[in-house]
Write a protein that binds this ligand. Structure first.
Ligand SMILES: NC(=O)c1ccc[n+]([C@@H]2O[C@H](COP(=O)([O-])OP(=O)(O)OC[C@H]3O[C@@H](n4cnc5c(N)ncnc54)[C@H](OP(=O)(O)O)[C@@H]3O)[C@@H](O)[C@H]2O)c1
Length: 236
């Protein structure tokens, strides 16, 4: 119960990796707040997580919404930010508006949240990037730039916000709701190609990321780290 009596806010905690982080933080004794834009998703996640969990509505792309969230919450021990809505991953064919909106959700969203945050001095912030930061492909121009920016931002904040620790998890392909927008056959072929390539021979689960997140929240000798949780994807 390493997170006993701790408050963990998971922004983007109503789905995918954020939901798994919330589950594992609860199991470790924390009180957990999951937050995202959709009132329905917030209510459902808080209910299915059960005792010790509550929900808050927030849009990280809206400064007033973020300010109101912090007015309601006050101080937390750990802030985990998984929220992202990616409208453009590549460069060719992407509009600047979609690229900017993607960056707004995943880089400026954390910027807004952290600027207004009250984090306990022995607490931490955990950001999420993605393997496109270091393994770009011909279709990840926008995403690669965003993920690299998140990693650099997190490492600089580890110095500026000390003693609060700041870390980044860099996931490889993880089977979450994020992929559900693709036609099933396309998703299957991306997953099959990844399984064939990865040293671990499988795609990641949200639970894999939840476990890594628990290490980042509870090990107080880790700050300024970018942890690859990618099944060896950076090597192949
Ligand atoms: N899945 C992968 O393979 C993969 C790989 C590399 C990196 N990543 C990164 O890992 C992180 C988590 O990904 P995931 O797959 O777990 O995502 P996901 O299942 O799509 O969940 C995204 C979460 O963010 C919330 N959200 C989106 N936009 C928001 C906004 N403007 N304000 C507040 N909340 C917002 C969503 O809820 P609402 O819709 O209710 O707002 C949802 O709870 C993201 O940063 C993603 O880019 C994912």
């Amino acid at each position: 119960m390493e997170l006993n009596n701790k408050i963990v806010l998971v922004v983007g905690g109503t789905s995918g990796m954020g939901y798994a982080v919330a589950q594992q933080a609860l199991a470790a004794g924390a009180r957990v707040v999951v937050a995202s834009r959709s009132a329905d998703k917030v209510a459902k996640a808080a209910e299915t997580l059960g005792a010790g969990a509550s929900g808050e509505q927030v849009d990280v792309m809206d400064g007033d919404s973020v300010a109101r969230l912090w007015e309601r919450l006050g101080q937390v021990d750990h802030l985990v930010i998984c929220a992202a809505s990616i409208k453009a991953a590549g460069f060719r064919g992407a509009s600047i508006e979609d690229a900017q909106a993607s960056m707004d959700s995943k880089l400026w969203g954390p910027f807004r949240l952290i600027q207004k945050a009250r984090i306990a001095p022995d607490g931490s912030i955990l950001l999420f990037s993605g393997l496109a930061s270091r393994r770009p492909s011909a279709v990840t121009g926008t995403l690669s730039a965003i993920n690299a920016a998140v990693e650099a931002f997190g490492q600089a904040l580890a110095l500026e916000l000390k003693p609060v620790r700041v870390n980044v998890i860099c996931p490889g392909l993880v089977d979450t709701e994020y992929w559900d927008s693709l036609p099933p056959a396309v998703k299957e072929s991306i997953f099959a190609a990844t399984v064939a390539r990865l040293p671990v021979g499988r795609v990641g689960t949200a639970g894999d990321i939840g476990k890594a997140a628990m290490t980042m929240l509870t090990n107080d000798y880790i700050t300024g780290a970018v942890l690859l949780v990618d099944g060896g994807g950076a090597l192949v």
